[in-house]
Ligand binder design. Sequence first.
Ligand code: GLY
Length: 389
Amino acid sequence: MVDFVPDAPHRLTLAHPRGESDILVGPGLLASAGSGVLSGVADWCRGRTVFLVTGELPDRHCGAAARKLLEPAGRIETLEVPDGEAAKTVECAASVWQRMLERGGKRDSRLVTLGGGAIGDLGGFAAACFLRGIDYVQIPTTLLAQVDASVGGKTGVDLAGGKNSVGAFHHPRFVLADIDCLGSLPAAELRAGLFEVIKMAALLDLDLLALVEESLDRLLAMDPEVLTPVVAASIQAKLNVVEADLEEGDRRRLLNFGHTLGHAIESEFGYRGLRHGDAVGHGMRFALRLARRRGLDPEFAERLERMIDRLGPPTLGDVERQLGVRLDADRLIKAMGRDKKARESGLVWILPAAPGRGEIVPGLDPALVRSELEVFLDTSRAPAGGAPA
Ligand code: GLY
């Protein structure tokens, strides 16, 4: 895990073929505009047009601090987009590009995203393609965006039935993860982000897993003293993987633990009723069933299951009733086949193989997957993750 220096923002760096992403983590980060630590951002935007891609909620809570930080810009053009997954459409990207063109965007203009993972993905994609690519900065305002979506250069939008089906790798110049932005989040949003933390900790950093486990209540109470090291350590765990495999040739796929089924559930629910992180929580629980079949230490599986249950994502049964949609094993398997993690040879699973170690498993017996999925769906309709797997 990374060392944590109280009262100083944590600095992390990702080197990539086109330069470096500087990642700063800490409470009060945006409010320290003008201080040495953010002088790089001031220089980056000085005198330029900055397109601020944001949504109503993040703008309300963090917009003033972000604009203060961007004061050296020649002008700031705010481009409002919908909050949440509704932002991640080709139409929304086209509307951002059109507004940038009409408001005088040039090759050396800047773009800043301020919001959750969806706004970051959309804004990053807009930056990747506008005039064949302009520089941008991510200011993630949700836990999920801070620990995962804003870091590593993945950008994109969804197609009908295909999450993140169109996108580009485009690394932000800076990522500014201000822990104070999390203070305005609903508890359910924070919980959803914690599933992405557990996803990385379980396969990559057992010290982080232990910290999350012992601090779960403090994390849910948004205690910055524990949120800051958890966010910094999660980003570091992600960087260790991404640096070795920038464009997801292989190892980076470990970051998709829980996503094979998670994305399919989101797609079947039409991206409604369940946050992405919660879908990943359910996806991890299913992956743990498959991993147990492959000999994963049952104690480790139970430990992860207990953490997932303590966080308590909405049950699939509750979401089914709310949306009037019943999940079906065959439809989910088809949806998983459309996911971008699938290969022409079939589904690919990311499973824990041992504590702190994951494996990428293609070619699991489809009959086994189907029967496990049916049992999983039945048990997940009950509260708190259902009966033990
Ligand atoms: N969220 C997974 C990745 O960035 O690769």
